[in-house]
Each structure stands twice: as C-alpha cells, then as structure tokens.
Design a protein around this ligand. Structure first.
Ligand SMILES: Nc1ncnc2c1ncn2[C@@H]1O[C@H](COP(=O)(O)OP(=O)(O)OP(=O)(O)O)[C@@H](O)[C@H]1O
Length: 336
C-alpha cells in the first residue's frame, strides 16, 4: 500500500514535532526514516498509524485519505500493523497465543492459528519459549514476539518504531535479514524508524534523514551516502570530513593536490575515507586518532596549518602523532 503524506504538522505546545513534512512512499517499498532522538520520527509514525492527530496536513494510504481536516479514519481501519519499542504484548496470553492472535481474530481455528504462529516463532528463534508469558522474557525476546505477531497479522503496511533497538548486535544483524526477507516475501510496505543510520542503509529501498520535524533529504541509501544534500546529512550518515577547497568545474584543490570531484555549487568538499589513500608522495598529515576495526584501522589525520582534518582507513597500524603522506582521489561538492 502506498503512503502519501502532505504538509503534515504537529506541535506539542511551542515545540514543532512535525514541521510540514511531505513525501510519497511507493507500494512495497522498505522506507526508513533515520534521525536523532526527538526529531519527530515516532510522531510521524503514530500519525500514519492513526494514533496521533496531526494539526494540519493530509495522509493517504493507497490513495485513500485516512486523515485530513475533515477525515480521521480510526487506527484499526487503516490496515496498518505497528511494532513499537514498548512491545505492546498481551500479558495474560502465552507467547504462542500472542502470535496466533491475529489469525484467531480473523476466524482461523485455534489449532491452525497456533501452527501458523509456530512458523513465525521459528523465524524469530523463540520456538522454545512458546508457552511462556511475556513477563518471563527478556526485553529483546519480547521484541521478537512483537515482530512475530506483526508477521502473523495480515497488514498491508507495517510501521516499525526501532524494533531492533533492544537486541544484542548479533541477533540484530540476523533480524535485519529476517525483516528484509519478510518484507520481500510478503509484499507489504514497510515504514521503519531508527536512529541508527547503518541499520537504515542496510534495510531501506528509500530513506529519509530527519531533523527538527523535517526531512533534510529523501533518496536511496546510495544517493544519500554518495551525494548528501548538505553538511548536516553528510555528518549524520557514515564517516567523512568536510574540507574547504577551491572548486572549479570537476576539480578541487585540496592541500596542493588537484582532486577530481562530483557535484557542484559550493566550496565545501565532502571527503569519505575511500577518497583518501596513503601515498609517500602525498600531502603530509598527522595522525590524530587511530583504532583497530578488524582487518583495518580507522584513523583521523590533520594538517594544523591548513586546519584540515580527514578520516581514512589504513591497512596497517600507526601511532597518534605519526606523520603520513596522503593522496585525495575524489570528493563530493556539497551544494551551496
Ligand atoms: N505527547 C507529547 N507531549 C509533548 N511533547 C511530545 C509528545 N510526544 C512527543 N513530544 C515531543 O516531540 C518531539 C518529537 O518526539 P518523537 O517521539 O516523535 O521523537 P523521536 O524522533 O521518535 O525520538 P526518539 O528517537 O527519542 O524516540 C520531542 O521533542 C518530544 O519531546
């Protein structure tokens, strides 16, 4: 189901949680909204789910207006399923019944519903916990029950509010794969909100970077990573440094080197680690920080005189204070 949002506004007192957001998510897309705590992600999700009334604007699902100045379709009639940070499980039901409930609610017999539910419990690695009550589970396990229940609900749009936040890194990685596979298999549209840009990039077909109730940029993960719309997006997504440079056409001058660049319009060049290579004949810079990342070292190097700092990956170890020659192989000119 496609999601259309037009000029959506929501304030809490003087604070604008949604500041006139508009976007369109095509049917079957995995859409991730990423942004820092308090930027308005949950408010946006709640408004689409029908759990929060916007002050202004319009929301449509598959072209059908579910909310505007005149209409406000109740949450349960929007065919959206929500997985919250807070799990929202039924405490009096076993894990299996929590997951089978969406089937039972639609009239499937108990035995068949439990059989279907057991497949989803297997997906989230909770088969052994089927008979427990939610209060006898860890936070991460409860989250997985909520995900399994979402898989069981026949919703056409699934809204997820940081569903993986409480999982340990290994399980989180596995669940990312499961979620994406489920999304592809089921043909649902997914809106997934997270403050973790790595997670957003791993999952999304389209993603938006949100700040202060607005989208700073909306595009494919590759678009946003390779061509950030401004310095705030560049700083938020992945590692890199913004370097002042003389830009002329497709070239920039950085520390005496002529560097091929993409983009146009400004004099700030965004340089990713992949754009910086050790080269004994390159510009002399000093290592400021260095840490091992398994197979390579992540470092920050600086030039005091030019006041330039860059991030790079080194295939070998070095020490803070070491001087190193660096060559710049590319960059993205941030729009002015
Ligand atoms: N019911 C409410 N009453 C007052 N202020 C609220 C309410 N709900 C949200 N806010 C405020 O609106 C802003 C956006 O909140 P929201 O929960 O949407 O952010 P978020 O991006 O999801 O944050 P987080 O990642 O921490 O969950 C915050 O400043 C928050 O304090």
């Amino acid at each position: 189901m496609s999601i259309t949002v037009e000029s959506l506004r929501k304030s809490f007192g003087a604070h604008s949680a949604l500041d006139g957001i508009s976007f369109e998510v095509p049917k079957n897309a995995f859409f991730c909204v990423v942004g820092p705590s308090g930027c308005g992600k949950s408010t946006l999700l709640r408004a689409i789910a029908g759990l929060e009334s916007p002050d202004e604007g319009r929301i449509a699902l598959d072209g059908r207006t579910v909310c505007d100045g005149h209409t406000d379709i109740p949450s349960e009639e929007r065919q959206v399923g929500v997985v919250f940070q807070s799990y929202a499980l039924w405490p009096h039901l076993s894990v299996a019944r929590n997951v089978s409930f969406p089937y039972e609610a639609k009239g499937t017999g108990r035995a068949k519903a439990l059989r279907l539910a057991s497949e989803h419990l297997e997906t989230v690695a909770l088969s052994d916990y089927a008979d427990r009550r939610p209060d006898a589970l860890s936070g991460g396990q409860r989250q997985r029950v909520a995900l399994a229940r979402c898989l069981a609900g026949d919703t056409r749009t699934i809204l997820m509010d940081e569903p993986l936040a409480n999982l340990d890194p290994h399980l989180r990685h596995t669940m990312e794969g499961e979620l994406r596979a489920f999304h592809d298999r089921s043909g649902v549209t997914t809106l997934f909100i997270t403050h973790d840009q790595r997670e957003a990039m791993a999952l999304a077909d389209i993603m938006a970077v949100m700040e202060n109730g607005r989208f700073l940029q909306l595009g494919t993960p590759q678009d946003i990573y390779d061509r950030p719309a401004n310095a705030r997006v560049a700083r938020f997504i992945g590692r890199g440094a913004i370097v002042g440079a003389d830009v002329s056409g497709r070239e920039a001058r950085i520390l005496g080197q002529t560097v091929p660049v993409e983009g146009a319009g400004g004099h700030m060049v965004f340089v990713r680690p992949r754009n910086v290579t050790p080269d004994p004949d390159g510009a002399r810079m000093t290592i400021r920080t260095i840490s091992y990342r398994g197979g390579h070292w992540e470092a920050v190097a600086f030039d005091t005189e030019a006041q330039i700092e860059v991030m790079l990956d080194l295939p070998y170890s070095a020490h803070v204070g070491d001087e190193i020659g660096l060559r710049f192989t590319g960059g993205w000119v941030l729009p002015a």
